[in-house]
Design a binder for this molecule. Structure first.
Ligand SMILES: Cc1cc2nc3c(=O)[nH]c(=O)nc-3n(C[C@H](O)[C@H](O)[C@H](O)COP(=O)(O)OP(=O)(O)OC[C@H]3O[C@@H](n4cnc5c(N)ncnc54)[C@H](O)[C@@H]3O)c2cc1C
Length: 404
């Protein structure tokens, strides 16, 4: 077990600087442009791939860190540069995590590299759970997967909503109901290989923020995939279904509420990057901007806002680092993953709003980045489990009761 320490080791410090430089030199200068274009920033992702930041090796190395802190440190720096572009670079990791979490070693070996490709041929992954009528309540998925024993194929039908990289990804990991009566315990994950017939992109959403990240519907119309695309394999699924039928509905859990606990600190770290960007920018601005013959920071009302921002950001980082360390060393027991994501999302929304206040009229215009950061921050109250779902996870964990 790694010791918990607030001092980053030499490797982590180097990585932090490397990603900070990338965020400052490559990401920030084009962030406004890609936000306005609302398009996937291919050239930036390709540059990240050449640089070694986008790719399976990077993710595997970060994941191998026994302290668990490498991921949050990396994500905070990249998202400090820009959250939309950050998600374009890290969106494939959701699919990779889905494959890594559920696949056999052979499946991991086959599909994980195809979520990233290489510097000459960048590939993308998408993780498709949410549906138009099932977001927080993922136990109610309507997408069906039916086994065709004659051909040893699975046939998938349904519509997925809000999918990061949906339709432009090479590998789509789709969660579907095999036995809908069993709710969450009757579901399985499937890899839809590149170029599979029947999978298409539905509407592309026009969003409030993180507009460089591509979010779209994914339509599955009689999509046929070979049996080996069922993650974990059929024997394991059959056993799981048999156990679930035996237990009845009493043991049903909502996966969105529990299984993502260990990835939530990373999501919190992304929000932290946005919050820190807004804090640093407004601190500098407050020292420069003059009103009534003095720098605005000389007013306590402005200086105290910045003091609170510094404190809240540090508090959120402590929760993120604690949860990241715990998820690698001894587990998360009291909803600590949810606490870290909930706090960091709220701090990002609040800090970016305060930053607009500090910049006054300029903060409200697209000439300055703080209004973009505010728009970007809001997604952290919504995706990867809304604020209320995080509260539900924490409330259940601390009470031991099935709070509804
Ligand atoms: C930009 C973006 C990217 C996304 N990327 C992906 C992706 O890559 N893959 C994917 O699968 N999904 C993705 N999502 C979907 C996202 O995870 C869902 O939007 C989210 O889980 C919320 O679901 P919903 O939108 O259906 O809201 P709902 O579940 O309908 O919730 C609406 C409101 O009701 C509240 N609520 C719901 N249930 C409860 C309850 N039991 N108690 C208290 N309050 C409750 C919620 O907190 C929320 O305030 C993305 C979403 C967005 C916006």
């Amino acid at each position: 077990m790694a010791e918990f320490s607030l001092s980053l080791n030499e490797d982590q410090l180097q990585l932090q600087k490397w990603i900070h430089d990338f965020a400052e030199d490559v990401v920030r200068p084009v962030a406004h442009e890609w936000d306005e274009r609302e398009e996937f920033p291919w050239p930036v992702v390709q540059e990240a791939a050449r640089n070694g930041l986008y790719g399976l090796d990077f993710v595997a190395n970060a994941f191998a860190d026994p302290t668990g802190l490498t991921f949050p440190v990396a994500l905070e720096e990249l998202f400090w540069g820009d959250a939309g572009i950050g998600l374009a670079i890290f969106g494939s990791s959701l699919a990779a995590a889905g494959i890594f979490g559920n696949g056999t070693p052979e499946q991991i070996g086959e599909w994980l590299p195809q979520c990233y490709g290489d510097a000459d041929n960048v590939m993308l992954g998408a993780f498709c759970v949410s549906e138009p009528d099932a977001g927080s309540d993922v136990s109610s998925l309507r997408t069906r997967a039916v086994y065709d024993a004659a051909t040893d194929e699975w046939v998938l039908n349904g519509t997925k909503a809000w999918i990061t990289n949906g339709g432009i990804a090479d590998v789509h990991v789709v969660v579907a109901a095999v036995d809908p009566a069993l709710k969450g315990r009757g579901q399985a994950s499937f890899v839809i290989p590149p170029g599979t017939a029947g999978l298409s992109q539905g509407q592309k959403y026009k969003k409030h923020g993180i507009r460089a990240s591509h979010t779209a519907e994914v339509v599955l119309d009689d999509v046929r995939v070979p049996g080996r695309c069922l993650l974990g394999g059929k024997d394991k699924l059959d056993e799981k279904l048999a156990r679930a039928r035996e237990a009845g509905h009493s043991g049903a859990r909502q996966p969105a509420m529990a299984t993502f606990e260990s990835t939530r600190p990373g999501v919190g770290a992304q929000a932290l990057g946005i919050a820190r960007a807004a804090y640093e920018y407004s601190l500098d601005y407050a020292k420069e901007r003059k009103a009534f013959g003095r720098a605005i920071i000389e007013n306590q009302s402005i200086a105290f806002m910045l003091a609170d921002m510094a404190m809240e950001i540090d508090a959120a980082r402590l929760l993120v680092w604690r949860a990241a360390w715990q998820s690698r060393n001894g587990g998360l027991h009291r909803g600590e993953g949810s606490m870290s994501k909930l706090k960091a999302g709220r701090v990002a929304v609040w800090s970016t709003e305060r930053a607009i206040q500090i910049l006054g009229g300029y903060g409200y215009t697209r000439e300055y980045p703080v209004e973009r950061w505010h728009r970007d921050a809001k997604i952290y109250d919504i995706f990867e489990g809304t604020e209320q779902i995080q509260q539900l996870v924490i409330a259940r964990a601390i009470s031991g009761l099935r709070i509804e």
